[in-house]
Design a protein around this ligand. Sequence first.
Ligand code: 5GP
Ligand code: ZN
Length: 129
Amino acid sequence: MCVFCKIVNGEIPSKKIYEDENVIGILDISQATVGHSLIIPKKHYENILSIDDIDYLNVMKAVKLVTNKIGRNLPVKGFNILNNCNEAAGQTVMHFHVHILPRYDNDDLKIEFKSHELDLDEIQTKINL
Ligand code: 5GP
Ligand code: ZN
């Protein structure tokens, strides 16, 4: 059983900040910024490619709710909302989850997009095949 299934079952302790019938919200054990949280469906799905539509919506509704809750109660200036899909993208726990990363003045989180000069028409054609 995966680590998040164990957390959902209560076999591993966690700092819960949200719970409903289908979803839990917990503090990430490794706080990239203060209040870094994870929203996790109670049912095991590996990633965004395989999660059931309704459970995906359940998770995203909780993401919005918990983001607002953090924003009300911590001196936050913004958020990054992030999902890593598969090892190539940095996923380490293979149970779908969404990161909520509160942002502060002078925090040290770096999320960087480098720009590449690519043929957008060609990419669009490939994706729309
Ligand atoms: P990923 O890299 O898969 O997108 O994110 C997995 C996250 O789960 C990491 O940020 C990691 O710190 C967190 N994590 C791993 N094991 C545990 C745990 O046992 N408890 C909690 N609260 N977070 C965990
Ligand atoms: Zn699991």
